[in-house]
Design a protein. Structure first.
Length: 346
């Protein structure tokens, strides 16, 4: 008797998907927070806003991915940190609106599910959620033969946060507000198509010695995106003069800072107020990039900027430092439009 075809014959292994869910349940359980009503496995995730402490809540949602940084993770096999990147790219955006991240969902797509690889990625997502006080309440693992080459995968993340009505940011931004830059861990998750082109031009491989620190080049460039959530949420709650945040992602300082100020106001930034990290010095040197191009492509060492009233700067600095961030006074809000730079970065 001829054996009938199965889904596994077409390249989709349901048992492997079930095994992945079982393996990641303990990691997801560690992210549980007030408001979570159900764990993984249902058709949807349930969340109780009243239990989370909100009596007149406004929901804020954000979605993002990791971009072509994934190519380095795939090529090197170092996939443990990209889950943190995924969470950070979403939740760091939420706090710029004044919201506390509450829960997160992920989408993981691959041609053939490799259990160990997938588990390491999702465990990284859970770690990012845990560090952000954000619950991982669900997700989707899509095994799609013929859509991705062997070993390749893609990630997308979806975060939902909340704030009480009237607490949205930015608000109250005025000329004279001080710009506090919070240090980045490196390139974060933007500009990697250019990074990969620069590395290819340099002749170095991912396993070669990194030119600026004692590790491989691939490992250095996979440093996970900094999570700014705990410091940002603490500042929202305890610094009355906090007027806004700008998450420095694609477009760099030049494109993202103006998003935090209303029409009629601009920003003055002193480039000599912080030290450009070595990774950016190397990238700029290899690509012979000018300063303007650097500033609209990379975070250049500043991954988040807080806009704070001048009389509350010390309070804000203390809150951010207590959360483990390097803090720099990098400029101020001024009359005008756009970003003007003084000093030198390179």
């Amino acid at each position: 008797m001829t054996k009938g075809m199965t889904y596994a014959d077409a390249g989709v292994d349901i048992d492997a998907g079930n095994a992945l869910v079982d393996r990641i349940k303990p990691a997801a359980a560690r992210t549980k927070r007030a408001g979570v009503m159900a764990g993984l496995g249902g058709f949807g995730g349930l969340f109780d806003l009243k239990a989370a402490g909100y009596d007149d809540p406004i929901l804020v949602a954000a979605t993002d991915g990791v971009g072509t940084k994934l190519r380095i993770a795939i090529d090197t096999g170092n996939v443990d940190g990209v889950g943190i990147d995924l969470v950070a790219m979403c939740v760091n955006d939420l706090v710029c609106q004044g919201a506390e991240p509450l829960f997160f969902l992920d989408y993981f797509a691959t041609g053939k599910l490799e259990l160990d690889q997938a588990a390491r990625i999702v465990e990284g997502i859970a770690k990012g959620c845990e560090q952000s006080g954000c619950a991982l309440i669900g997700g989707e693992t899509a095994e799609m033969p013929g859509m991705y080459p062997d070993g390749d995968f893609d990630l997308a993340g979806f975060a939902v946060g909340a704030m009480n009505r009237g607490a949205d940011l930015p608000r109250g931004v005025a000329a004279g507000d001080v710009l506090l830059g919070l240090g980045s861990s490196g390139v974060h998750s933007n500009g990697y198509s250019l990074v990969r082109k620069i590395v290819a031009q340099s002749g170095l491989g991912w396993d070669d010695q990194c030119p600026w620190q004692d590790t491989t080049l691939g490992q250095a460039l996979l440093a996970p995106t900094t999570l700014y959530i705990k410091g940002a949420v603490a500042a929202i709650k305890s610094v009355p003069g906090l007027h806004g945040f700008a998450h420095i992602t694609g477009g760099g300082l030049t494109e993202n800072l103006p998003r935090a100020v209303p029409d009629g106001l601009g920003l003055s930034v002193d480039l000599s107020s912080w030290d450009l990290p070595d990774v950016f010095k190397w990238l700029a040197g290899e690509a012979q990039m000018d300063e303007g191009e650097m500033l609209k492509t990379f975070n250049c060492g500043v991954g988040m900027v807080a806009l704070v009233a001048a009389d509350d700067v010390q309070n804000a600095q203390d809150v951010f430092a207590a959360a483990g961030h390097d803090v720099f006074q990098i400029g101020e809000v001024v009359e005008g439009a756009g970003v003007t730079y003084s000093g030198s970065l390179l």
